[in-house]
Design a binder for this molecule. Structure first.
Ligand SMILES: Cc1ncc(COP(=O)(O)O)c(C=O)c1O
Length: 382
């Protein structure tokens, strides 16, 4: 007989709780697709695009196969390729620089801000200088709204304009957030997102979307996601790919989008509660009344090498944590030969050594939040 007391492990993101809340709605929506059998380009895809565009205010919403494909399709549509540089943060998920490298262009890594973890507008100039120094044409700036928080577009957009950089907002972690009342999807000339299941708005597999006001860009992306289709399926006017969103995923997302605003509000309440309870013992995330954050991750900073001790202590109490990202992109084997902004990436390096994310999802009740808070405080006191 096992003499050890069993500690229930909490989920890091509780997709099952959301499924319970949705009842049979998602299953019914999926069944409608399996009944009509239009698995690709079905009516749910067009309906999702309509409601997504209504939700965020962008003129065009284009469903695609993943957040990575969304970035690749945008870069392809802009004709960005060999000899071109795309400035992006190093402190991000691999997909951001990966999309740039996949189209043959060069990611140039720039610095992030110490308090928001998003691109530091002041660091863009150093990245442009590094790109030019490497003989590249700086073409675009890929902002990443890390952990659900919009980047500082009021400061970034004028700098991008000064250097002739086209802004691509990688909002894979932040779709649903807003800045001064405007939702992501409308803060840059083009925005992409991911519907990976763990994202704040996730589907039941892979999916993504592109948002823009630009009619011509939207037409090209719709063609590219469908093998460069022209007027009909046997008319190929450009080299494209299979980059479409599955109808079943669109059906799932239509149902999940209906409860998304309430989920965003719940996440915000939990984050504020975590912040209040933890601000005196760890570095807590940036809050402001000017933006909402969708809290893809609730990430604290723990200095002085105490991070692993905290993770171990929480794990022993059944509380999972995650470290996004312990090795920044410019130190990864796949990306370490790409240029880094002049002046280096000291903040990125520091953050990579200190960040740790706590469980965060809309269904985290107060007793569970309190259990997590007490465990963090206890571990740091020990
Ligand atoms: C910042 C960022 N960009 C792009 C992606 C890629 O999204 P997907 O996994 O849907 O391809 C992700 C996914 O985690 C991400 O976090």
């Amino acid at each position: 007989m096992n003499q050890h007391a069993r500690i229930d492990s909490l989920p890091f993101i509780d997709v099952a709780a959301q499924r319970r809340r949705l009842g049979t709605r998602v299953d019914d929506a999926m069944r409608r697709v399996t009944d009509h059998c239009q698995f690709v380009n079905g009516p749910e895809v067009r309906e999702l695009e309509r409601v997504l565009s209504e939700f965020c205010g962008a003129k065009h919403a284009i469903g695609v196969a993943s957040g990575t494909d969304a970035l690749v399709l945008v870069l392809m549509a802009r004709g960005i390729g060999r000899g071109d540089a795309v400035v992006c943060p190093s402190f991000t998920y691999a997909a951001s620089p990966e999309a740039v490298a996949l189209v043959g262009a060069t990611p140039v890594f720039c610095e992030v801000d110490e308090s928001t973890f998003n691109i530091d507008p002041v660091g863009i100039e150093g990245a442009v200088a590094a790109a030019r120094g490497a003989g590249l044409r700086p073409k675009a700036l890929m902002t990443v709204d890390l952990f659900g928080l919009p980047a500082d577009y009021d400061a970034i957009n004028p700098v991008a304009e000064r250097f002739g950089l086209y802004v691509i907002d990688d909002a894979a972690q932040a779709f649903g957030a807003d800045l001064k009342g405007r939702k992501l999807g409308t803060l840059a000339p083009v925005t992409t997102t991911s519907f990976f299941p763990a994202k704040p708005l996730g589907c039941y597999g892979d999916g993504g979307a592109v948002f823009t006001e630009d009619d011509e860009l939207a037409d090209v992306i719709r063609s590219l996601r469908n093998h460069g289709q022209g007027t009909d399926r046997y008319d190929n006017v450009r080299v494209g790919m299979t980059g479409r969103l599955d109808t079943i995923q669109a059906a799932v997302l239509i149902e999940k989008l209906k409860i998304f605003p309430e989920e965003i509000a719940a996440r915000e309440r939990i984050a504020r509660r975590y912040n209040t309870a933890l601000a005196d013992v760890v570095g807590v995330p940036h809050l402001s009344n000017e933006h909402t954050c969708v809290w893809a991750q609730y990430t604290i900073r723990v200095s002085g090498g105490r991070r692993n001790k905290l993770a171990d202590s929480l794990r022993a109490q059944g509380i999972p944590t995650a470290q996004y990202y312990p090795v920044p992109s410019h130190r990864q084997r796949a990306y370490r030969d790409y240029p880094v902004a002049e002046g280096g990436l000291a903040v990125t390096e520091r953050l990579a050594g200190e960040v740790i994310s706590l469980p965060m999802h809309a269904y985290l009740d107060e007793p569970t939040q309190d259990r997590i808070i007490a465990a963090v405080r206890g571990a740091l006191r020990a």
